[in-house]
Write a protein that binds this ligand. Structure first.
Ligand code: PRP
Ligand code: URA
Length: 219
């Protein structure tokens, strides 16, 4: 059963989660009184549920298995290589959740921060697993605001040879979805929720505030 929906017909690679568990947990994330410990747990749980959807098309192959009753051919994952690439810092909060589903995935990192004035991303780190061109790459960041960070992360990954890329975010602004989709139409975008707009500081409204600060308890 498909539980995520495409909203815009012209944005064929954009998927919005409509599962009630995801929506409930996102509402709890938003609440200003949700503390660091609970916030971290929620981000991780949402990442599990979203990765379940984003990995729906993982290839399988039939293998022979002997049950206590008989031998049969039955599907198992065909060993597609995976890479999870969180955008530092906030994307780190989603990694363990995704790894609970695909524990053998390799983990790369792209370090970006938004300039507080221009809101444009600046790279400070990029390290990806070997054979990146052969892997399905799941880029993770809780927030897709202007889309600058996601666009830059996908640019780096493509420059290093990545081709099969999916992007997962918990909350997106329409501006970010449009920018990422326009620049990288081949990348499937999975959004937990599409919010209303960006404010004058390029924060998502209603949003949840600064995801990195809330995950790591900084300010
Ligand atoms: C946040 C968020 C995204 C980015 C989204 O990171 O985690 O990476 O902003 O904004 P954009 O779509 O306008 O680029 P931030 O730069 O605050 O860094 P942090 O994760 O270290 O807190
Ligand atoms: N980054 C965040 O953490 N939150 C926003 O609303 C926008 C960018």
């Amino acid at each position: 059963m498909i539980t995520c929906k495409r909203k815009e017909k012209e944005m064929e690679n954009v998927f919005y989660m409509d599962h009630p568990l995801i929506q409930h947990k996102i509402s709890m994330l938003r609440a200003v009184q949700t503390g660091t410990n609970e916030f971290r747990k929620l981000v991780e749980e949402i990442a599990v549920l979203m990765a379940y959807e984003a990995l729906r098309d993982l290839p399988t192959e039939d293998v022979e298995i002997t049950t206590p009753l008989e031998t049969c051919m039955t599907p198992m994952l065909s060993g597609k290589k995976l890479a999870i690439v969180p955008i530092l810092r906030a994307g780190l909060g989603m990694v363990n959740g995704i790894l609970t589903l695909v524990p053998s995935a390799k983990v790369g990192h792209v370090g970006l921060y938004r300039d507080p004035v221009t809101h444009e991303p600046h790279e400070y780190y990029c390290k990806l697993p070997e054979a990146i061109g052969e892997r399905l790459i799941l880029v993770a960041d809780p927030m897709l605001a202007t889309g600058g960070s996601a666009e830059a992360a996908v640019d780096f990954i493509k420059q290093k040879g990545g081709t099969n890329i999916k992007f997962m975010c918990i909350i997106a602004a329409p501006e970010g979805v449009e920018r990422l989709h326009k620049k990288h139409p081949d990348v499937q975008i999975y959004c937990g929720h599409l919010d209303r707009c960006l404010n004058e500081n390029a924060y998502i409204c209603p949003g949840l505030g600064d995801a990195g600060d809330r995950i790591f308890g900084t300010k």
